[in-house]
Every structure is written in C-alpha cells, then in structure tokens.
Design a protein around this ligand. Sequence first.
Ligand code: PEP
Length: 253
Amino acid sequence: MARKRFIAGNWKLNLTIDEGVSLVQGLAKALAADPKSAQVEVAVCPTFLALHAVAQAAKGSAVGIGGQNAYFEEKGAFTGESSASLLKNAGAKYVILGHSERRQFFGDTDATINRRLKAVIAQGLVPILCIGETLAERDGGKLEEVLSRQLQGSLDGLTAAQLEHLVVAYEPVWAIGTGRTATTAQAQEAHAFVRGVLRKLVGELAERVRIQYGGSVKPDNAFELLSQPDVDGALVGGASLKLADFTAIIAAH
Ligand code: PEP
C-alpha cells in the first residue's frame, strides 16, 4: 500500500510573524522549483499568532498549514485557548495533538488528547497525533506498553471512518530537541509496532495511516529514516526553522 510521504515542520514557540511569512514563502518557492517534491505532502505548523498570516502567504502553494494544538471546546469562557474551528477559520488544515511538550509542560493526557482529537476531526481537520516513550520507559522495557496505552487512550471511541485521515507521529521523547536520533532499526521497530496496534484498533485503515518519525531529524539522517518501510514521513522541529535544512529533508526520499 503506497502511502504518500508527509513531512511537517513544528515551529514550536519560534519565529515572528514576519519571519514565518518569509520562511513559508521561501519554502513554497523551493517546492515549486522541484517537480519531485509533488511526491511528498508538506506542512508547517506556526504559532497561533502567526498562523493566519503564514496561511495567507502559503495560499495556492504546496505548503499546508497546521496548528500545534487545539482546545476541545469550540468557544466560550476558556481564557487563553484556541479551538479547532478557529484554527480552520485561520487557514489550518492540520493540527498537531499530544506533542510530548504539551504532555510534559501543559498537562495534556490521553483523555484530554482524545477530546481534542474528536473536536479536530469534527472540523474536518487532519490530526497529527504524537506518541512516544521517555528514556526511562524505554530502558524499563515499557516501550510497547506506553505506545499501546497512548494510542488506545487517544483514539478511544473513534471509528475507522472518523480516523480516515489520521496521521500518527512516533516521537521518542529522548530524541526530541536533543540531537539524539533513534537508530533506523529502533524507528522501524516502533513504527511497525504502532501499525500493529492500529490494525487492532481500526482494521485495514492501519495500512493507510501515515506514521511520521520525529526526534532530531536532520538532512543527514532523513534519507535513512525515510527509507524504512513503516516510516511514512517526519515531524521536524529544529531543522524546520532553516529553509535549507527543511527542503533537504523534504528532498530525502
Ligand atoms: C518536534 O518538535 O516534534 C521535534 C521532533 O523536534 P526536533 O526535530 O527539534 O527534535
């Protein structure tokens, strides 16, 4: 089953609005100049404040725009939050959910991620669901238990039909922003396991779900990671902030 590679940049809390607009303009231009890039789906996920301007600048290009999170309520007295419908209104097509930084610093749990996922799907947006183990969990032999629990908890109550466009990002927490990447064997093994869990949860749809790898993806390790059979793309943090690095990762297939 051919799955279109999907490379997404997570800008986190980086770049001013002008810097984001300029980066996405450069990226759009680079993709337009490379006919091979049409084989890959590309997105960037700016801060909430920059999202609308970046989406406007990317209009008509091959770059899709994503949010980095979404609250599960649509509107109301929820100071400081942003909803899936607002993200869509601002020009988003994708939403990252359950990033380990959200889990670590902002109290996201599988249960709240599940509610966010339902809200995102209800708006017709594409969820990028992040899962991954800490180093202590991996060293303690809990990798499979953690990935199963995160997938089951986050996808609870959702049918295969609702999850048609689901993207999963396997991001070992110990590899995010650390410069330490999972070996290709570790990545492939975890991705194959994730697909196996998905098979049990959503049946044959599992063969179509794109599973991105995330964790210090750089131009020099992207090709090897992306050549693994169950690695269908990458969620890229630091390297997505540099046009040359991000375009090199996109070209690594
Ligand atoms: C991320 O933010 O999802 C990520 C993988 O970051 P980095 O590429 O910087 O490790």
